[in-house]
Design a protein around this ligand. Structure first.
Ligand code: EPZ
Length: 430
C-alpha cells in the first residue's frame, strides 16, 4: 500500500498549477446522463474519483473517452467526453457506490432521463453518517415515487417528473445538484429555496444552461428551473479547484514559504483568504493567479468556524488546523457542517500538536515545532492535513493509507517536490 514519506523543514518556493475542481467534475459528469448527445469536459483533474465515476457511468451505458493527455505534464489539456446515447441500466450497484458517495448524483439524472433509478444507499464514511434524505424528499416533491429496498433507493416517475416547490431545511450541496439536474427535464417550473451556493453548483448550472436548460438565480440561495423537453451536448471547462488551491496556500504558510498558485481565483474562497490575511500571510493577486508569502514576521492564531458557502469551507478545516498548530497563540476551530470531522486531531497530536476537542470545537494552541511521526490517513482532507504538518515537522513523517489522497489531489508529491519539499511516494507492503 503506497505511503508518502516527508522530511520536514524546507521552505516551499515556486509555482503550482491548480487543477479543475473534483467537486465540480463529479456532478458535471453525471449531467451527461441527461442527454443523448456528447458532453465534453475540459480542464479535467486526473483523480481516482473521476475514474471511479467514469466506470459507474459506463455501466449505465455512457460512452466515456479521455483525450488530450495534458501537454508537458500539466493538466489543462485533459478532456473527457461522455455520451449517453441510451441508458442501458438504471441500477447503480453497491460495490461501486460504496467506493464514492458522490455516485448518488446519478439518481436525479437517471429518474429525469429514464423515468426510474435503483441506486445503492451510499452509506456513511469517516466524517459522518452522510444521509440522503434531502435528495429523496426533493425527488418526491418533483413527483417521483421513492421506496427503500434491501439497501437500495428505488425511484420511479414513469410519466416523467413535474415542477415543484422545494424548501431545504438545511443546506446540502449534493441535494441541490441532484435536484437541479432532475428539475431541468421536469414538466413545469421548480423553485429551490435555501439551495447551496458553492461555486461548483454555479459551474454545474452554467453547464446545464449551455446544454439547453433554463436555470436562473445562479449564485443565490433561490434557484428557479423551468423544465425543458430535452438537453443537448456542449463543451464545458471545469472551474478551478478552490480546495486544492487552499491546501497549497496552507503549504506555503506552514513552511513560511512563498508560492504562486496559477489558476487560483480569489472570488471562489474569500472567507478562507480573509482568515489567512488575519493570520499574517501576505496574499497578492498576480496576472496568473494568487501568491501566498510569509514575509511579515510570525503568524498568529485566528478563530475559524466552518459554514456553507460563502463561509469558511469545511473541506479546508483539517488543513487550517494543521497550520494553527504551528503559529503563535491559540485558535478555536468549530466544525458546523459534519458531525465527525476531527479524525485528523489524534494524528496531529502524535506529531506534538496541542489540540483539545470539545464537541464541535477544537482549541488549538501553537507549539514551537511539530515532530515527524508515522501517521494514518482516514479521509481525503484529514490525510492532506497530515502531509502539511509533515512539511513543517522536524524529522521524518510517513503518511499511510494515501489512497485517500489520490482521490482528491493530482500528483501532490510531484507538485510539492517541485517547490522544494523533501517528499516521496514509497510503494509496497504496509
Ligand atoms: C459535498 O458533499 C462535497 N462533496 C463535500 O466534499 C463537502 O464537504 C460538502 O459538499 C459540504 O461542502 C462533493 O461535492 C462530491 P452536503 P455532500 O449534502 O453533498 C447533511 C471532499 O472532501 N445532509 O452539503 O455530501 C450532511 O450529513 C468532500 O471533497 C443531510 O442531512 O455534502 C452534512 O452534515 C467531503 N441530508 C450536511 O448536510 C442530506 O440528504 C452537508 O452535506 C444531505 C446532506
Amino acid at each position: 500500500m503506497d505511503r508518502i514519506r516527508i522530511r520536514g523543514g524546507n521552505r516551499l518556493v515556486g509555482r503550482i498549477a491548480i487543477s479543475g475542481a473534483k467537486n465540480a467534475a463529479l456532478p458535471l459528469m453525471t449531467a451527461s446522463l441527461l442527454t443523448d448527445q456528447t458532453l465534453t469536459l475540459t480542464n479535467l483533474p486526473h483523480l481516482a474519483d473521476i475514474a471511479t465515476l467514469a466506470s459507474l457511468l459506463a455501466q449505465h451505458g455512457v460512452q466515456v473517452s479521455m483525450n488530450g493527455d495534458a501537454p508537458n505534464g500539466g493538466h489543462s489539456g485533459r478532456a473527457l467526453s461522455l455520451t449517453a446515447r441510451a441508458i442501458t441500466s438504471t441500477t447503480a450497484p453497491y460495490d461501486l457506490v460504496r467506493k464514492m458517495r458522490a455516485s448518488v448524483l446519478v439518481l436525479g439524472p437517471l429518474v429525469a432521463r429514464a423515468g426510474r433509478a435503483r441506486v445503492s444507499l451510499p452509506g456513511g464514511c469517516a466524517i459522518g453518517t452522510r444521509p440522503v434524505d434531502l435528495h429523496l424528499k426533493g425527488l418526491e416533491q418533483l413527483g417521483a415515487r421513492i421506496e427503500l429496498k434491501e439497501g437500495y433507493v428505488e425511484a420511479a416517475a414513469p410519466g416523467g417528473l413535474k415542477g415543484g416547490h422545494i424548501v431545504f431545511p438545511t443546506v446540502s450541496v449534493g441535494a441541490t445538484e441532484n435536484l437541479m439536474m432532475a428539475a431541468s427535464l421536469a414538466r413545469g417550473d421548480t423553485v429551490m429555496v435555501n439551495a447551496a451556493r458553492e461555486p461548483e453548483i454555479g459551474d454545474l448550472a452554467r453547464c446545464l444552461n449551455a446544454m439547453g436548460a433554463n436555470i436562473s438565480g445562479i449564485g443565490t440561495d433561490t434557484l428557479r428551473i423551468c423544465g425543458v423537453e430535452r438537453l443537448h451536448g456542449t463543451t464545458h471547462p471545469i472551474i478551478a479547484d478552490r480546495i486544492e488551491a487552499g491546501t497549497y496556500a496552507i503549504a506555503a504558510a506552514i513552511t513560511r514559504g512563498d508560492l504562486e498558485l496559477v489558476g487560483a481565483r480569489p472570488e471562489l474562497f474569500e472567507a478562507f483568504l480573509e482568515c489567512l490575511k488575519r493570520m499574517g500571510v501576505v496574499v497578492t493577486t498576480t496576472p496568473d493567479g494568487l501568491r501566498f508569502a510569509c514575509t511579515n514576521g510570525e503568524l498568529v492564531g485566528v478563530d475559524v468556524m466552518t459554514e456553507p458557502f460563502p463561509g469558511f469551507p469545511t473541506d479546508l478545516q483539517a488543513q487550517i488546523m494543521a497550520l494553527m498548530t504551528t503559529v503563535q497563540g491559540a485558535a478555536m476551530i468549530t466544525e458546523t457542517v459534519f458531525e465527525n470531522r476531527f479524525m485528523h486531531v489524534p494524528e496531529l497530536c502524535r506529531m506534538g500538536a496541542n489540540i483539545n476537542v470539545h464537541q464541535a470545537s477544537a482549541m488549538v494552541r501553537g507549539v514551537p515545532s511539530l515532530t515527524g511521526a508515522p501517521v494514518m490517513a482516514t479521509d481525503l482532507r484529514a490525510s492532506v492535513s497530515l502531509v502539511l504538518a509533515g512539511l513543517a515537522a522536524r524529522g521524518e513523517t510517513t503518511v499511510n493509507r494515501i489512497y485517500h489522497l489520490d482521490r482528491g489531489y493530482e500528483r501532490i508529491e510531484e507538485k510539492l517536490a517541485a517547490c522544494g519539499a523533501d517528499i516521496e511516494r514509497i510503494g509496497g507492503s504496509a
